[in-house]
Ligand binder design. Structure first.
Ligand code: PLP
Length: 414
């Protein structure tokens, strides 16, 4: 980045500082990852110079001889990796992609049913502060008070009573697997579309360690930057019959020109995700999450649903008498990055909830395994137990820095 350093030393310095931070910390945000050097190169390429409203072969601009080939290649890779009939690779990110799906298939005022935010759902699934609750009638299912699992019988009863036009599966803080077949049966029974929002788990599905929604859902949406380990963006996959409606909703319905540099980088990530190494990566992400969960359980932590089947863990800190935000801030000072999170039926307010959320996609990209998860679990325990002791936190910070440097991050140079 020599030229950036000369042109804008201020921005350059901040990027370099963030780079060091990413190298020297243990990043446990389950929606984050480390992309490869190849993905970074495509993201920073001359494709950022182009405008290409429309779709391959049907553009509103001339000069698309290479852009058309890139978009077609990337959509073909998406279709083949997920076994989908149609792929739209233009959405700017996950939230606008969900909006495009609703815009394509629902009329204003029709029922949109998703997992409640405090129970692990996403804002864009009709939560009150999201635009998705203004245009469509939000309906929310929840997890069980004791089990913390989706109660499919309750989902069925709610769907029968409310008759939603769309049911959304998917979450940002649900540590277990989804039964897409059962969701599709419920949706079919009440005449609703089924949208599987696999933003968090797309990489696990590709790796074969989470059930696949493509045979069951009418539409599948995923961000590309979480377990899938690509650039920040999103894709919509659907059956052929819905392709024209979906495409029209993305452009011109919601967006202008696609971000071609992102599209190309998504293509690179999809190629990487089709390798045996990526399957092994997905397996290790889950094994690491289980190892971290076991270590925390052994140390007396309470986990939402009692553990994990995927890449993330939600820790209920109530029995430790530490609030989530305070724990997350102390951990960040120790070089362990996570976020505070609500727990199901949280008695505390959303901006200061009772839990923290942990995930293993980023640390697994750095080659960490079960042994390292046990070490991270020990540090989590130490910091949370000594949340007011800056001497202890400072000592852990030194150990974390030393430890992290031994695991080179893809795309970064130590
Ligand atoms: C991350 C996420 C989104 C939104 O993606 P953005 O790119 O942040 O807009 C939507 N749905 C789910 C389930 C997510 O995890």
């Amino acid at each position: 980045m020599d030229e950036l350093q000369r042109t804008d030393p201020e921005v350059y310095r901040l990027i370099k500082q963030e780079e060091s931070y990413q190298i020297e910390s243990v990043r446990l945000i389950p929606s984050e990852n480390y992309v490869s050097k190849a993905v970074l190169e495509a993201t920073g390429s001359v494709l950022a110079n182009k405008y290409s409203e429309g779709y391959a072969g049907r553009r509103y601009y001339e000069g698309q001889r290479y852009i058309d080939q890139i978009e077609t290649l990337v959509a073909d890779r998406a279709k083949s990796l997920f076994g989908a009939e149609h792929a739209n690779v233009q959405p700017y990110s996950g939230s606008p992609a969900n909006l495009a799906v609703y815009f394509a298939l629902l009329k204003p005022g029709e029922g949109l049913m998703g997992l409640a935010l405090p129970h692990g759902g996403h804002l864009s699934h009709g939560w009150s502060v999201s635009i998705s609750s203004n245009f469509w009638r939000p309906i929310h299912y929840t997890v069980g008070r004791e089990s913390h699992l989706i109660d499919y019988e309750a989902v069925r009863q709610l769907a029968r009573a409310e008759r939603p036009k769309m049911i959304v599966t998917g979450a940002t803080a649900y540590p277990r697997q989804f039964d897409f077949k059962l969701f599709s049966e419920i949706a079919r029974e009440v005449g609703a579309y089924l949208l599987a929002d696999i933003s968090h788990i797309a990489g696990l599905i590709v790796a074969g360690v989470h059930p696949d929604p493509v045979p069951y859902a009418d539409v599948v949406m995923t961000t590309t930057h979480k377990t899938l380990r690509g650039p920040r963006g999103a894709m919509i996959l659907c059956r052929k019959e819905l392709a024209a409606q979906i495409d029209k909703a993305v452009f011109p319905g919601l967006q202008g020109g696609p971000h071609n540099h992102t599209t190309a980088a998504i293509g690179v990530a999809l190629k990487e995700a089709a390798t045996p190494e990526f399957k092994e990566y997905g397996r290790q992400v889950v094994n690491n999450a289980k190892a971290l969960a076991d270590e925390l359980l052994a140390r007396g932590f309470q986990l939402v649903s009692g553990g994990t089947d995927n890449h993330l863990i939600v820790v209920d800190l109530t029995n430790k008498a530490v609030i989530g935000k305070k724990a997350a801030q102390a951990l960040d000072r120790a070089g362990i990055v996570c976020n505070h999170n609500t727990i199901p039926y949280d008695p505390r307010k959303p901006f200061s909830p009772s839990g923290i959320r942990l995930g293993t996609p980023a640390v697994t990209s750095r080659g960490m395994k079960e042994h390292e998860m046990r070490q991270i679990g020990a540090w989590l325990d130490t910091v949370i137990t000594h949340v007011n002791d800056e001497t202890v936190i400072g000592r852990v910070a030194g150990e974390v820095r030393e430890f992290s440097r031994q695991f080179p991050a893809p795309g970064l140079v130590a």
